[in-house]
Design a binder for this molecule. Sequence first.
Ligand code: ADP
Ligand code: MG
Length: 358
Amino acid sequence: MAKITLDNLAHSYLANPTSEDDYALKELNHVWNDGEAYALLGASGCGKSTLLNIISGLLKPSRGRILFNDQDVTDAATAERNIAQVFQFPVVYDTMTVRDNLAFPLRNRGRDEAYVAERVQEIARMIGMEAELDRKARGLTADAKQKISLGRGMVRKEVNALLFDEPLTVIDPHMKWELRTQLKSLHHEFGHTMIYVTHDQTEALTFADKVVVMYDGRVVQIGTPQELFETPAHTFVGYFIGSPGMNVIPATIEGNVANVNGSRVPLSQAFGKLDGKVEIGVRPEYATLSASEGLPVKVRRVEDVGRHKIIRAEFFGNDINIIADEGAAIGADMNRVVFDPAHINVYANDWRVEGEAA
Ligand code: ADP
Ligand code: MG
């Protein structure tokens, strides 16, 4: 197992990159702690697979270094890095049985057959394929083949890291939950360094100790699920995470007051002069509909989603979302919204600004 350090890493698929836009991965410095489980979360095309393939050695970065513990592996081949990687689509040997597919990484490293048999049985149980061990992989469903790929990824205990690139895409929904739980327990048992790529926030938040959020070739925040929820470092994190995401509202700031379209919104912190595009971010959970105080809104629609209600409203010509309790009555006279000052974040040019005690 290893601590993985990315040192001034950047990657462009072009031979002669000139501007920052030419980089699929912008400059990145980051340490993946030994034994921690990370989710790498971001929209399609933001650079997640590029980063993973650089860590595993499938791709050589245009710039920078990769260290495993303190050893520079930038030029080391994939096999030397001793990593298990599972891809979005199954990689199995069709002519081999499920058993031989699962055993392959162990035999490849010369493990004795008694150990192989024992370990294959354990893994087959985890992926729910004990009954199919003697079948050929050919003819199995994509779903089953992907389970074999996952099993192959998990079969070796002594890898430096386990990398998963959207591995549950082709798995049916109830099995997804099951496999994710298995991956988590595998992590608790063996303490591998794990990086799990996904574009699904629920998957990321339930899997990982820490979530690394990428946007447009950049890591924009690394934090616990709670940190991503309470203090999104970038407006993208605010609206990508949460359901619905954070409301981002243009404002000007003076000390501990935000001015939104001429109305005063009290803040719990004070800010100096901010340049560029200034906005406040308020999660729907921290906005409350009121009949008596706050800023004017016009309720368009109320969605009952079980645990709570989502109120879709218009706010100075823009959309705003408010979350209310399941049992809350939404009266026709409720045409104002109040924001909880302790949970308003302030952004300048999309990056969160920390204020001072007001
Ligand atoms: P993600 O895994 O987050 O969906 P990728 O890392 O696959 O994103 O892609 C990041 C960017 O790099 C995208 O703009 C994609 O089009 C580009 N890209 C990915 N692979 C290649 C490649 N082999 N050649 C050229 N461009 C690529
Ligand atoms: Mg990808």
